[in-house]
Design a protein around this ligand. Sequence first.
Ligand code: ADP
Length: 415
Amino acid sequence: MNVLVLNCGSATVKFQIIATDLERIAGDTDVRLARGVVERVGGEAIITFEAEGRDPRRTTAPVRDTRSAVETVIRWATSESSGIESVKAVADIHAVGHRVVHGGERFTHSVLITDEVLRGIEDCIDLAPLHNPANVRGIQAAREVFGAGLPQVAVFDTAFHQTLPPHAYLYALPYQWYRRHRIRRYGFHGTSHRYVAYRYRKLLGIERAATKVITLHLGNGCSAAAISAGDSVDTSMGLTPLEGLVMGTRSGDVDPAIFDYIGAKEGLTPQEVDSVLNKQSGLLGISGLTNDMRELLDEARESDDRRARLAVEIFCYRVRKYVGAYMAALGGADALVFTGGIGENSPEIRARVCEGQGWMGLELDPARNEAHTDRREGLISADGSRLAVYVIPTDEELLIARDTVRSVHGVPQRF
Ligand code: ADP
């Protein structure tokens, strides 16, 4: 089955085409055929296409909306020049898997999209006003391009965290707020945490029920998850992706009283404060330079910039605090797993997060840590370390493609 995986944002459509089926899932032999991105949808778009094993191709063209972005992708994929052997016509795409940001409490796993499911995703727009509308547009665009008969599946960022117990997902706020408005912790990056927990047990050859790990997704957005018996039992993001760790431009945890205080001091509306906390805080806010960790590390090294150093220090300190908290929540874990652009590529950040944690039996192997860059998977802790540490590159698109196959065949997704 050739699955088109779509991740539709407000002005960006990312895609992959993955050949997979139940047999390939069992044998771990799925094949990525192509990937790419259409950026600046709504104007003169920048389009990058890359068939597996070929050089990327970059072009620009006017792309009006999400539908025309999906059409552009399909026109390229089915063209002779794309070089994708098994995709020659629209009919060679057999299903579409969508990344959907918010599934609320309703969606606890991936589902085949029906009119009712689409209405359910629309009902979650309140909870994710920036993301879910773009996801809905992506689903509608794919229906228009491929016809209503082609199976489409929604894979939710929140679904994996629906196993959180009430003491982890409820805030200590008036209970009616939860009852009336569903104010609670939902958590995000669920597909990534679930994927790396799955890879971890594949690497070790252990059962789902024996998976007791802390997963750290450190990218532009950052989140931690505590995983017990394969299920997420706590996570750092909340009602929205703002809570928890320090991120590229998001503050993570802050005292909510700051909202009112700074609003009055600087004459900002609640929406403006919200925007600063989401878009101008985190690494960018502290350093005043950039939200990009690699640039910050270069800056701290080359020009010894004080605020760049401070931003990195605060980032690592917050991660360390969450690791400690989740060790307590789990009553001890077997491993720590790093993923995401920073977690997969930066030995320096990993070393600083793990620094001084011998008390919990954590000892990194410096040479192994240094050797794991460029998405290399493997163990980076020392042989005697009681808490193992792994780098496991995430692959949300693969999990979306696999869930799409499983949903089409009606087989369970717990694995
Ligand atoms: P997204 O969350 O948007 O998918 P990524 O997971 O790709 O983003 O992570 C992007 C972050 O990873 C950026 O802050 C980038 O600087 C950082 N990063 C990528 N490579 C390195 C590296 N070698 N060292 C440090 N940080 C890196």
